[in-house]
Design a protein around this ligand. Structure first.
Ligand code: C2E
Ligand code: MG
Ligand code: MG
Length: 538
């Protein structure tokens, strides 16, 4: 506390301690200038005492500021003038609070593992860089995603995974010039901002350099590790001048790079954007389709080769969209699988098809296609049981068609599910046989009731002996294993003749009938039944 003559009235001991002064040296009656000179001598004052005092007086003995001491401490000083002259000053050591704030500020903008800037910091930095993009100058945003990182993390543990990410960050930083920057977006995703780019070649050169650097092997914890990196690049101003848009574009290019295989670099192209938008609108239309009940089922007859009579129908999904028209499954099933929609749709298909089949003649069977995703989500058993219960359809009349992709994952669990279905009395068919791995091991591991020979073989029957040889082999295999065989996609009398000669047990195809809308099905059934003397469809 100072009086109206600007002389010290009183100070506490803490003041002397804080500034490294001996308590005796701080005496009432001293001027502020004398005091500050003492502190300067003790090394706890930054700047010039004379100037400081002059400024303080000129501001009417009032001050509120943080003073940084030469030893790194931060002191918050607040002085208030008193009535009748003089002032009271308080000095608070806020070093810890400032350090904590600085740390929070640092953490808010950096990735803890690698010390690289994070997404927030990167975006801020990119915004500034974009404002600097001048005429004729370009900037490249590279989105990076490591190849095989998940594998390393899963196989060797997170500690090795973390160390690998740190190594990768160092290598990335080494690939860059001072003006460029790199950030970690999370997981094994990084982004590089390359400034002062003269053209796409510059960007491609850096991308190649990064791919090369990251692909060199790593030695961690005695493990020799090899990973790669895929890169998608967008250029400013060419692909836009907006941070989010450029990041999105680079990300789309990255998606393409991933699709093209590993260790690949791709530039963004507007075409990708159009495709992405088309895909997004398809996704949102599909989500609506479930709620609006735009799905319906068609039924395609399956006919016994021996008797020529109808043995059952395969339920085939259709989507009736007000603008898109009647959409075939090839155009939407994969998307539904990718976004998980296939699970509710598949539940509906089973329920609807079983309800329909329960109205058919007793000996007419139903085939339903089940997607691998439904298996993975573990809903199949419950769906089948409740569809059967709700419709009253006998399990013996239901056949489930799966493709071998079902068997590619979690085989033990899948086989268990298939056995459970079989236990219910449901039959299991292997669909599209001959198009994938067609592993004979699957036929040994699970007792399929039916093999459906893919339509591509039937289609190519006229083009030489190869397809015929395959069909012959599969029907032979089927008959010796006691498995029925159905030939798909029979379109001509000649194909039917050849198939019959090879001993397929059932046929399906446009020659016999196209898939039939549900509302026309009873008319079809009536016509095949009324022809009592000869019920042959084929
Ligand atoms: P898929 O199970 O192999 O079904 C046979 C496909 O061949 C059907 O196509 C059918 O219309 C078509 N087809 C039948 N006979 C002929 C013919 O003589 N010539 C030609 N060119 N094609 C013929 P669709 O209905 O477009 O279905 C395509 C695929 O979509 C199906 O192949 C199946 O894998 C899948 N799918 C259909 N409905 C469902 C469903 O409810 N759930 C699931 N998960 N997948 C379904
Ligand atoms: Mg099928
Ligand atoms: Mg098929």
């Amino acid at each position: 506390m100072f009086d109206a003559d600007q002389r010290l009235i009183i100070s506490n001991q803490r003041y002397a301690e804080m500034y490294g002064l001996s308590p005796q040296s701080v005496q009432p009656g001293m001027t502020l200038l004398e005091l500050l000179r003492l502190r300067a001598a003790a090394g706890t004052f930054q700047g010039s005492p004379d100037q400081n005092v002059a400024t303080f007086y000129s501001k009417g003995n009032a001050v509120a500021h943080v003073s940084d001491l030469p030893d790194g401490r931060a002191i918050s000083i607040a002085a208030e003038p008193m009535n009748g002259g003089g002032w009271v000053a308080t000095h608070e050591d806020i070093t810890e609070r400032k350090t904590a704030e600085a740390k929070i500020e640092y953490m808010a903008h950096h990735d803890a593992l690698t010390g690289l800037p994070n997404r927030t910091a990167f975006k801020n930095h990119m915004k500034q860089a974009l404002s600097r993009v001048k005429r004729g100058q370009q900037l490249a945003v590279h989105c990076l995603d490591l190849d095989r990182f998940k594998f390393v993390n899963d196989m060797l543990g997170h500690a090795v995974g973390d160390a690998l990410l740190q190594d990768v960050s160092r290598r990335l930083a080494n690939c860059l010039r001072d003006v460029d920057s790199v950030a970690r977006l999370g997981g094994d995703e990084f982004v590089v901002l390359q400034e002062n780019v003269c053209g796409p070649e510059d960007a491609a050169t850096l991308a190649e350099r990064i791919i090369n650097a990251i692909s060199q092997s790593y030695n961690l914890d005695g493990n020799q590790i090899n990973i790669g990196v895929s890169i998608g690049t967008a250029l400013a101003p060419h692909n836009g001048l907006d941070t989010d848009q450029l990041m999105r574009s680079a990300d789309m290019a990255l998606y393409r790079a991933k699709e093209a295989g590993r260790g690949v670099h791709r530039f963004f192209e507007p075409e990708m954007d159009r495709e992405m938008q088309a895909r997004r609108s398809l996704e949102s239309d599909l989500r609506e389709a479930v709620a609006l009940q735009q799905f319906e089922l068609f039924y395609q007859p399956i006919v016994s080769v021996e008797t020529g009579q109808l043995s059952g129908f395969e339920a085939l999904l259709r989507w009736r969209h007000p603008k898109r028209g009647l959409v075939a499954p090839a155009e939407f099933i994969t998307v539904c699988e990718e976004i998980g929609l296939i699970v509710p749709i598949g539940t509906w298909v089973l329920k609807e098809a079983c309800k329909m089949a329960a109205t058919w003649p007793e000996d007419t069977k139903l085939s339903v296609n089940i997607s691998p995703t439904q298996f993975r989500k573990g809903t199949v058993i419950l769906d089948v049981m409740s569809a059967l219960a709700a419709s009253g359809l006998s399990a013996r009349r239901l056949e489930i068609e799966i493709t071998e992709t079902v068997l590619l994952q979690d085989t033990d669990e899948t086989i268990a599910t298939l056995n459970q279905l079989k236990g219910l009395g449901v039959r299991i068919a292997m669909d599209d046989f001959g198009t994938g791995y067609s592993s004979l091991g699957y036929l040994r591991r699970f007792p399929f009731d039916r093999i459906k020979i893919d339509q591509s073989f039937v289609r190519d029957l006229n083009d030489g002996p190869n397809s015929m040889a395959i069909i012959r082999a599969v029907t032979g295999l089927g008959s010796s294993l006691g498995i029925s065989t159905t030939a798909e996609g029979v379109e001509t009398a000649e194909q039917l003749r050849q198939i019959r000669a090879e001993g397929c047990t059932e046929v399906q195809g446009y020659f016999l009938s196209k898939p039939i809308p549900a509302q026309d099905l009873h008319r079809y059934l009536m016509s095949t039944q009324s022809n009592k003397s000869n019920r042959r469809v084929a």
